[in-house]
Design a binder for this molecule. Sequence first.
Ligand SMILES: Cc1cc2nc3c(=O)[nH]c(=O)nc-3n(C[C@H](O)[C@H](O)[C@H](O)COP(=O)(O)OP(=O)(O)OC[C@H]3O[C@@H](n4cnc5c(N)ncnc54)[C@H](O)[C@@H]3O)c2cc1C
Length: 392
Amino acid sequence: MTDRETRHAELAGRYLPQESLERMRARAGETDRENEFFWEDLDELRAAGYLTLFVPEEFGGPGLTLNEVSRLQQRLATAAPATALAINMHLMCTGVVRAMFERGDRSLARVFEETMAGEVFAFGISEPSNDWVLQGSNTRAVPDGEGGYALTGVKIFTSLSPAWTRLIVHGLDDSDPEAPRLVYGFIERSAEGISVSEDWDVLGMRASQSRATILSGVRMPADRVARRIEPGPVPDLLTFAITANFQLLIGPVYAGVAQRALEVGAAGLKRRTSAKRGATLAEAPEFRARLAKAHLDFMAVPAQLDSVTRDFDECVNHGAGWPLRLVSARIRAGEAARRCAETALMCTGGSGFSNAQEASRLYRDAAAGLFHPPSEDAALPMYAAALLDTDE
Ligand SMILES: Cc1cc2nc3c(=O)[nH]c(=O)nc-3n(C[C@H](O)[C@H](O)[C@H](O)COP(=O)(O)OP(=O)(O)OC[C@H]3O[C@@H](n4cnc5c(N)ncnc54)[C@H](O)[C@@H]3O)c2cc1C
């Protein structure tokens, strides 16, 4: 093994040992069926120090890189995809602060201190009908006259909704119509005016409990305001760090789903027998080819994630090429998850179609990948423009 692979194996053993993965995999079926939150996984991850992965050593954490956390998240998702997707939101908030820190902006270091003190961060950005995503908001941020804001709006799909204690949110301050500002910052769970939707009965990733969060005049004090930036496509380190961490931590979740689906598919073929052939389907050429093709395509996904996360950790300057790399890595991982999950279902046969089977849950969990922004439809103009709308 290369030094890097040895390090990844050590980290896997320390933070996600095999016994722990097996326990989480066993619980994943039940939390999905009962539509419950993954409390026991959270306790286990917390005890292992998983929530502090990105915290630099000078703040008492292990200071892992995005590349290292990405590998761990792939491993976690092979056992409990919804746990991995939801814990991602906490990791992402801490990863954003870490990325800013490494690029010379130490303004949000308090997030490290709070993480070490046990706070759980979540990501409250998605809003109904806001396809500007990070570049706009339909949440109103009304100045409180002391440098803080009162926020009113709806944040949809807030993963970790039963557990978070700090939420990163954005809202629009249009008190000066000539100079509207997008306000980013943190709100605390104990603040007045926060309610959580009762409506959560979804196809997949059910244990993430990504319920809508309704904000009614919720206070964001001045010392929790992270940024005031112009709406629209304005370059900013915070939004760059959010985009990078979001894409590069969501991608590994779906890569993990794809990897596990291939394993489940292979086990299904070894188990199923053909009366006609007098052998298992693992010897049937058409089934071997089906699984092999999905495997062949999958191999590019972790390699792409590895390469892009390493570039990010090394602060490589890809300039305008960054979004192309980030979004491609996440979209490809999502596609691989859906492709491999469908393959697993076909390999496990009619029995895999049962709701009690992992193949069935993986198929449903993989479908959630269709909804993370930007969708392929939203992203394609960017890829076309990079080739076609240049001056040369
Ligand atoms: C499993 C999963 C986890 C996610 N986790 C996060 C996360 O932690 N943080 C985050 O920012 N984004 C998260 N996302 C959001 C995601 O990245 C997209 O932004 C979102 O799926 C885009 O939704 P849409 O515009 O297609 O949804 P829409 O069709 O606009 O709505 C989606 C959901 O929001 C509800 N909703 C819509 N309007 C209202 C309203 N006025 N009041 C209450 N509820 C309303 C709908 O009932 C529906 O359940 C997650 C998505 C998924 C699938």
